[in-house]
Ligand binder design. Structure first.
Ligand code: PXG
Length: 481
């Protein structure tokens, strides 16, 4: 199957009906049975299980293209590509075939004791081809969280190889998200996660985020505000002492934190400061990587050059778990020339995951999916959102590029006045989306969209019109029109 266009939709209406039937045919149990067993035995991530068990989860049984089917046969359009990961869309046989072939050939072997295998070799060479020029080496793990744990290990080892043992502090941002292991959660700036942690990784400190709509005071322009927020990095470095600071880490745009796009002044200033004080710059590309903004990597969209990049999600389009860290040549050289690097996981470079990643990256490259996001579907999506919702009475800002967007809900868009109970408003809106068979995520008072990168224009129209209906219904419930 080649790239999907409007003329040749991947899921034709007849096919869609057939696959809905197939969804029901492959189902083993009724919705009620699934819900009862789920409630009896399954603890969901980031969930209030008592509340969830009273209402019951939606059971997703099948997916194709950009659509999901639940156990009641409802067809749902997935505006979030799963959890920001199913970049090539659902149902790509090429990925299933790659996994099957690799499982039959060599389902597992490790890469610890002077061994390697073809899939991890092919994947590394392919990533070096697709990533910007100075990224030629990759370390593998199973998730974005482990990727950021790995980043910490590399950063500390790197500075040790340079004889700069005092460089231990890592600076990150409030409302950043870097995963949910102890290190990932500490790096992230989510207070509600920190509260439940048994302990935190030492020497990690946070500066404020570049969230103009929510946090800019006075008459600052977005560019002035972003510059001021970037300069907090310099102030923090001077406070700690540059000799003690190892790295700065940030998502090029904050994903889980609300699709917050910093103004163009932000990243060049962050880079200038990192270079000035000899601090490694880490781009967490777990969401931004593999085409989301229309560039292969989001740091290319924002125009800066990190020393390390964290990868996951779109690396395999979520078909199988895999994460990675890309090392800039100058970091890789130090790691390679300085003896043992004491870090690794049983499944580092897992052959099946690597084979799936290779198949996935070839689809993204050979079907020109990333290019289409940049020149065609991305601009269309951004324009459609702005044309449809730009003047909506409860939409304060539309942020994004390519196929990712954050819609700020606001009580008064003109004065940037937010709802006092913003999180509740987001939940109301999300529930209207859910009932309208659209997956749109809410982070507080921001509604987030990040559909599969293979989405076509008709499907974009469907997402935007369903989003508008949900936002209209939210405004109506709040008595705003
Ligand atoms: N970095 C970033 C930027 C992420 O978005 C991670 C690291 C951690 O990846 P793993 O694979 O360990 O989950 C992420 C993950 C949400 C949501 O609700 C976002 C993520 C994970 C789960 C939920 O938006 N991002």
């Amino acid at each position: 199957m080649s790239y999907r266009t409007e003329e040749v939709a991947y899921v034709q209406p007849a096919q869609a009906a057939a696959s809905a039937q197939a969804a029901q045919a492959t189902q083993q149990r009724s919705t009620a049975e699934y819900r009862a067993l789920d409630a009896a035995h399954h603890i969901h991530p980031f969930s209030d299980m008592g509340a969830l068990n009273r209402t019951g989860s939606r059971v997703i049984v099948k997916a194709q293209g950009v659509y999901l089917w639940d156990s009641d046969g409802n067809k749902v359009i997935d505006g979030m590509a799963g959890l920001w990961c199913v970049n090539v869309g659902y149902g790509r046989k090429e990925l299933a075939d790659a996994a099957y072939r690799q499982m039959m050939e060599l389902p597992y072997y490790n890469t610890f004791f002077k061994t390697t295998h073809p899939p991890v070799i092919e994947l590394s060479a392919l990533l070096a081809e697709l990533a910007p020029e100075p990224f030629n080496h990759f370390f593998y793990c199973n998730s974005g969280s482990e990727g950021n744990d790995t980043v910490l290990r590399i950063v500390h080892h790197y500075w040790a190889t340079q004889g700069k043992h005092a460089k231990k502090f890592v600076i990150s941002r409030k409302n950043g998200y870097h995963g949910s292991t102890i290190a990932g959660g500490t790096l992230g700036g989510m207070g509600y996660m920190h509260e439940q942690m048994p302990s935190k990784v030492e020497n990690i400190v946070h500066i404020d985020q570049p969230y103009f709509f929510g946090e800019a005071q006075g008459n600052l322009t977005p560019e002035e505000f972003a510059l001021a927020r970037a300069q907090q990095l310099e102030a923090k470095i001077l406070e700690i002492g540059a000799d003690n600071v190892a790295a700065f880490i940030g998502e090029p745009f904050q994903g889980a934190g609300g699709v917050i796009f910093p103004a163009s002044t932000y990243w060049p200033e962050i880079q200038r400061i990192c270079r000035k004080y000899d601090i490694l710059l880490v781009a967490d590309e777990v969401i931004g990587g593999f085409g989301r903004t229309g560039e292969w990597f989001a740091h290319q969209y924002f125009g800066f050059e990190p020393d390390l990049i964290t990868l996951a999600k779109g690396l395999t389009s979520g078909y199988i778990p895999m994460g990675a860290v890309g090392l800039h040549d100058r970091v890789a050289k130090a790691i390679i020339e300085n003896g043992d690097f004491n870090h690794g996981l049983t499944y580092s470079g897992h052959p099946v995951a690597a084979a799936v990643a290779v198949a996935n990256l070839k689809l993204l490259r050979d079907e020109k999916i990333v290019e289409r996001v940049k020149t065609d579907t991305g601009p269309y999506f951004q324009k459609k959102l702005r044309d449809t919702l730009g003047n909506h009475p409860i939409i304060g800002e539309i942020a994004g590029a390519g196929l990712v967007a954050g819609l700020q809900l606001a009580q008064d868009p003109k004065t940037r006045k937010r709802f006092a109970n913003g999180g509740d408003v987001g939940t109301i809106c999300r529930d209207f989306c859910f009932n309208g068979n659209l997956v749109m995520r809410a982070t507080g008072d921001r509604m987030l969209l990040s559909p599969p990168l293979v989405i076509n224009k008709l499907e974009i129209d469907e997402i935007v019109s369903k989003a508008k209906k949900a936002i209209d219904a939210t405004a109506q419930q709040l008595g705003i029109s």
